[in-house]
Design a protein around this ligand. Structure first.
Ligand SMILES: [Zn+2]
Length: 278
């Protein structure tokens, strides 16, 4: 695990050791973490190291969305406010009841690179929710969490205008194909979200997976997404079949999915077609 110090007061882990990226914003009197990854011992170490280095305590964990690789470290923050959108909370409650069964969690454990990553896993839900936006103010520093939808309907980003750092969660997969096949994925909301990210006064964008960047990968992704949406809308208007539409959309060039995730592209295109055709 390597902790990147992005700038004074902002730290992140983006090397894949925690699966989903995680970050910490150091505010005047407290530390705010974003997402908890899916490696419990490393998340514990991250929290301890930042608290030790800054002499400040963790107070809040913001959750961008409900996927296991972003929330399975929540138990490290049980003594904090765990804040997420109502829709993400609802999705986590639903996953806890229906998807994260003991058998399914065994599968997650088997598939994680470090066999000890999920030892002692306990599903911890948010204890505070917001509908669309929540602001935390500490001294003269503000941190905003705002829901946009996109990757999932509850997907939210975290932005600190003072530090000019935003955390996008899985609405950004820098330089690889995103996962757009979730039940509530929406390409139009997703494109609107990226547009909004670009309008922020941010110097550093932290994706859900991949490395930290400036605005370039966002512009690239937005261009791709807009091409897919325009093509699909045109072909739907021309009453082309689903198969024809997905086949043509598949030819629009963009980064391929990561190894082992080859099905992501087809499933994402299928989902986006369904949304645009509804
Ligand atoms: Zn996700």
């Amino acid at each position: 695990m390597s902790i990147e110090k992005i700038k004074d007061n902002v730290y992140a882990i983006t090397d894949g050791s925690t699966r989903g990226n995680v970050a910490a914003y150091v505010l005047p009197s407290q530390v705010v973490f974003v997402d908890s990854g899916m490696h419990i011992p490393l998340m514990k170490k991250f929290r301890e190291q930042i608290e030790q280095e800054t002499g400040k305590k963790a107070s809040v964990l913001f959750i961008t969305h409900a996927h296991g690789d972003h929330v399975f470290g929540n138990q490290i923050f049980e003594d904090c406010q765990i804040i997420t959108s109502e829709l993400t909370h609802k999705a986590m409650v639903d996953s806890k009841q229906n998807n994260w069964t003991p058998e399914a969690l065994e599968e997650w454990k088997k598939n994680s690179e470090d066999p000890k990553a999920l030892d002692g896993l306990k599903i911890v839900l948010a204890n505070k929710t917001f509908a669309d936006e929540y602001e935390l103010i500490d001294g003269d520093v503000k941190v905003i969490i705002k829901r946009t939808g996109g990757h999932t309907e509850g997907s939210s980003y975290v932005y600190c205008p003072n530090y000019k750092v935003m955390f996008a969660g899985d609405n950004l997969f820098n330089h690889s194909f995103p996962w757009g096949g979730t039940p509530t994925s929406d390409p139009v909301k997703w494109a609107e979200a990226i547009d909004e990210y670009l309008s922020l006064d941010a110097e550093h964008y932290i994706p859900g997976h991949g490395s930290i960047s400036g605005k370039e990968p966002l512009e690239e992704f937005l261009e791709y997404l807009n091409k897919v949406i325009a093509l699909m809308k045109d072909m739907i208007a021309e009453e082309k079949t689903e198969e024809e539409i997905i086949k043509k959309a598949d030819k629009i060039e963009y980064y391929p999915p990561k190894e082992g995730r080859e099905q992501w592209k087809k499933l994402s295109l299928k989902k986006w077609y369904e949304v645009l055709n509804s």
